[in-house]
Design a protein around this ligand. Structure first.
Ligand code: C2O
Ligand code: CU
Length: 460
């Protein structure tokens, strides 16, 4: 698996892209649940108008006319059925980010299903487990950056932390126009923010601000709290190309979950997360006043996204900003409460993968020199302990996401992990316990759309 593969890799004409014949007989996926759903929901995807601040309006794509889409909330182990109606002038799908659903329900176009035509419906049914903070989003092209996402909360039957109330906090980058890939190799130098610019750097979409729960800082959402309460915040990074740093003024955060999975509680004053990652954190409301929740872009210069924590007793006034972060969460701090099965000892199979910018004229991002869909599947066998070692040969971070499985990274269990730029290395381990074809990709949407993805394929 050299990092130096050059030239065009033969496509797989006549077959599903990226899932082409890497040899071996494919293993049949787990079948879809047939039990009566505990919860049934209809979601219609359609274009509409959003007003992220009083003076600002734009056309967005939305579920049920809401931005972010409606919160789906179920109990751990419940069967959830979602009928998606496509009222867009484009094909679409929904992916249930982080939940290890049966493969046919995973919502990846041309890999797990045909994309849903305009005017058509498709019903997704799956068992919602394990408990955690998730989100759902379109998996077609750049539709996520047009607004097609919403929170999906799977409540635990017995939480390992106590809290009195909770709020979902979705951070996002705000693109009021139609998203598109850079037309050339990004060498034009017009606003490359990724550090370095030029061939190896990156071009950031022209974001016009940063959002919390669909609101610009001019009109922030308010989270009411009462003195003495413990408040659980479920933070989701639904941005398409932004790494966020998050702080809450006047309060320490106790991080309790990473990507939905419980961790030993750890006290911090800030954390950083990439596209697709989630953290849950609890604060103790012992410091009355009006305080800012702030999420700033590490890779952009837009003003920070904002929300307000307001005590019932507070007399209004403008919220106090957080002081600079000094005790930031590190991956090494995360200690999963229960370990992942099937990943102890030496792996049965190891992939060494290089993440880098494509070398051609066009804007591409590659894994081992190949740009999806013209890319070989990563073939694994059922029940294997699989290790993926990633080396990032570009200067920009890549939040890498594996569908259908959680993985072990250090002592944490996650489904999305940042691989730092400038030769950053991250190793993940997972148990091959969910047969099918699963996408493994960068959750920077522009990197994904420009090729930074592979299909993980189960063969006999
Ligand atoms: Cu949220 Cu394929 O990802
Ligand atoms: Cu990337």
């Amino acid at each position: 698996m050299g990092a130096t593969t050059l030239g065009v890799i033969a496509g797989c004409s006549g077959q599903l892209p990226g899932s082409g014949d890497g040899g071996g007989r494919e293993v049949t996926p787990r079948s879809t649940v047939t039990a009566e759903p505990d919860t049934s929901v209809n979601l219609t995807a359609a274009s509409g108008t959003i007003r992220p601040a009083p003076e600002t309006s734009t056309t967005n794509w939305m579920y049920e006319g809401q931005f972010p889409g409606p919160e789906l909330r179920v109990q751990e182990g419940d069967v959830l059925s979602v009928e998606l109606t496509n009222d867009l002038q484009a094909k679409t799908t929904i992916h249930w980010h982080g939940i290890p659903v049966a493969n046919p329900m995973d919502g990846v176009p041309n890999v797990t299903q045909d994309p849903i035509d305009s005017g058509e419906t498709f019903t997704y049914t799956f068992r919602a487990e394990p408990a955690g903070t998730y989100f759902y989003h379109s998996h077609v092209g750049l539709q996520l950056d047009r607004g097609l996402f919403g929170p999906l909360i799977v409540e635990e039957r017995s939480p390992h932390v106590e809290y009195d109330r909770e709020y979902v906090v979705i951070v996002d980058d705000y693109l009021p126009e139609e998203p598109e890939l850079p037309s050339d190799g990004g060498m034009g130098g017009d606003g490359g923010m990724g550090g370095g610019g030029g061939m190896m750097g990156d071009v950031r979409p022209p974001y016009e601000g940063l959002l919390i729960n669909g609101r610009l800082p001019a009109d922030p959402p308010t989270f009411e709290v009462a003195e003495g309460e413990r408040i659980r915040f479920r933070f989701v990074n639904a941005g398409s190309a932004t790494v966020f740093g998050v702080r809450i003024a006047g309060h320490e955060m106790t991080v309790t979950h990473a990507d939905g999975r419980p961790v030993e509680p750890i006290d911090v004053d800030s954390f950083v997360f990439g596209a697709g990652e989630r953290y849950d954190a609890v604060i103790e409301a012992t410091n009355p006043g009006t305080w800012a929740v702030q999420a700033n872009a590490l890779d952009g210069n837009e003003p920070p996204a904002r929300a307000v924590v307001e005590y019932e007793s507070a007399s209004g006034g403008s919220p106090q900003s957080p002081s600079s972060a000094s005790n930031r969460l590190q991956y090494g701090d995360l200690q999963a409460i229960s370990s992942l099965d099937g990943v102890s000892g030496e792996p049965d199979r190891t992939f060494d993968l290089t993440l880098s910018r494509g070398r051609g004229q066009s804007y591409t991002w590659t894994i081992d020199g190949q740009a999806y869909p013209d890319a070989d599947p990563l073939q694994i066998r059922p029940d294997e302990h699989v290790r993926i070692r990633m080396t990032n040969r570009s200067p920009v971070v890549h939040p890498m996401h594996l569908h259908g499985h959680f993985f072990q990274v250090g002592d944490a269990i996650k489904d999305t992990v940042i691989v730092p730029g400038h030769r950053g290395q991250v190793t993940i381990d997972f148990h091959a316990d969910n047969p099918g074809r699963w996408l493994f990709h960068c959750h920077n949407l522009y990197h994904l759309d420009a090729g930074m993805a592979r299909v993980v394929r189960y063969v006999e």
